[in-house]
Ligand binder design. Structure first.
Ligand code: UDX
Length: 444
């Protein structure tokens, strides 16, 4: 089948590459000429395990093309995917200007039936706006032309995006007529194996489903972080509580890991946007507001522990910091807890020596060259001359370090662990002051 994907960002690239991988002819279009030129030279602008080889293979097979030529792109695909960004506005609501600009571009060039598929995370009601934008342009052109708009939200996780796309647990299709649903079913047939994973619904429900999923997951995390903070006050260990509640299948083990807050491009943005959407229709979403507030506070928890440990005197101190990305297996630092912690340390007059397996280049892009930030090329190198170690992201390489080296290098053997990687009793036996999240008296 012929597919066009607007937007060669995270979702667009993964969608385009995976649809090509199963034999479709895919054209990815983006207005960023530099990005398209780099992609055409085989340079993939994002770090995502497995994506570069799929792109390379499908470009070689001439099933995957990158272009800035919008005329060609609209002519090409029966399916016109919209996968451009919806960054938060100043007030937190999703900015639809890029989505609607694509809709107009399609309307301006469309000569025959097209299915416009919204893949970007967009507020409820956006499909109507997309339809309206296309209709307005078609009317201006006096070009009657049939088209359908579908909501097909993406649930992929960074770091596991290819796996998530190739083996989805559900494919949500929001459509207002059976013809489009069937065309989407045919497009997704290669991914819809073993049992039917297509969940068909009306368009508004599909749009809300995406926000509901992300808000529910963010809520689980903020709930656990709230209880972790309480566990510290009560002398209980949240890790034991986690196993205790996760064993109830109604609760489940997933997404109940306490830590130093959730980050990334989705949860913070989507919780905020849903809360704004609610406000716009006159409903005050108190729980969503609380989820956001708890998360903002949680991002500062590790800093507060460091600050308390050093009795509020961080001037001239140096902290080693492991993990900059908002989670492992990505170089993405959007809304990462590391940023909040680093900024707070700087504010307090401390220096940071940081290591991340892949995100160092992103940190230099964000922070530039500064005398109070050293980006090291190994976890050990961050420890030299440092007064303590802070762990922010649970990369595997941090799970079993050489504690003798850590102890020997740090001026005081103290670890502030934002991801609860180690056993407090063992750390105590090894002679460390160890502070996790919610680990009873040892965290306080
Ligand atoms: C998320 C959703 O999982 C995905 O379905 C959606 O399409 C996009 O948003 P992603 O942002 O890639 O994906 O990351 P995810 O793995 O969900 O983690 C988000 C954040 O939550 C990370 O900062 C992670 O550290 C944090 N987290 C996750 C916790 O603090 N505790 C947990 O138990 C799980």
């Amino acid at each position: 089948m012929k597919v066009t994907v607007f937007g060669s960002g995270y979702v667009g690239l993964v969608t385009g590459a995976c649809l090509a991988e199963v034999g479709n002819e895919v054209v990815c279009v983006d207005i960023d000429e530099g990005k398209i030129a780099r992609l055409n030279q085989g340079e993939v602008p994002i770090y995502e395990p497995g994506l570069d080889s799929i792109i390379e293979r499908n470009m070689a097979a001439k099933r995957l093309h990158f272009t800035t030529d919008v005329d060609f792109a609209v002519r090409h695909g029966l399916f016109q995917f919209i996968a451009v960004g919806t960054p938060p506005d100043e007030d937190g609501s999703a900015d639809l200007q890029y989505v609607l600009a694509v809709a107009r571009s399609i309307g301006e060039r469309m000569e025959e039936y097209r299915i416009v598929v919204n893949k970007s995370t967009v507020p409820v009601g956006t499909a109507d706006k997309v339809r309206q934008a296309i209709n307005t342009v078609l009317n201006d052109r006096q070009k009657p032309c049939e088209f359908d708009v579908v909501s097909n939200p993406e649930f992929l996780k960074e770091g596991a995006a290819i796996e998530d796309f190739m083996k989805p647990d559900r494919i949500v299709v929001g459509a207002d007529n059976p013809r489009t649903t069937e065309l989407l079913r045919a497009l997704y047939a290669p991914f819809n194996r073993n049992h039917d994973r297509l969940v068909c619904m009306d368009i508004r429900s599909a749009e809300l489903t995406k926000y509901a999923a992300n808000a529910m997951l963010a809520t689980k995390i903020s709930f656990m972080n709230e209880l972790a903070n309480l566990a510290e006050c009560l002398g209980a260990d949240i890790e034991q509580v986690r196993v205790g509640i996760g064993s109830d299948p109604r609760i489940g083990y997933h997404f109940i890991y306490p830590g130093c807050g959730y980050g990334g491009s989705c949860f913070p943005k989507d919780v905020k946007a849903l809360e704004r959407t609610a406000r716009d229709v006159g409903y005050q979403a108190q729980l969503l507001q609380a989820v956001e507030d708890v998360n903002d506070r949680q991002k500062l928890r590790l800093f507060e522990k460091v600050n308390d440990y050093f009795k509020g005197d961080l001037k001239g101190k140096t902290l080693a910091l492991w993990g900059l990305a908002f989670k492992p297996n990505t170089d993405d630092m959007r809304e990462a807890s590391s940023r909040v912690i680093i900024e707070a340390l700087w504010e307090a007059g401390a220096k940071v020596q940081a290591f991340d397996p892949v995100a160092a280049h992103e940190a230099s892009r964000l922070f530039g060259n500064r005398s109070d930030l050293a980006l090291s090329d190994s976890p050990e190198a961050t420890l030299k001359g440092a007064d303590g170690l802070i762990i922010v992201t649970e990369w595997n390489v941090f799970r079993s370090p050489d504690f003798d080296v850590i102890k020997a290098e740090l001026s005081s053997p103290v670890i502030f662990d934002g991801r609860n990687l180690y056993d407090p009793a063992r750390m105590k036996a090894l002679g460390f002051d160890y502070f996790g999240i919610g680990r009873g008296a040892s965290s306080a």
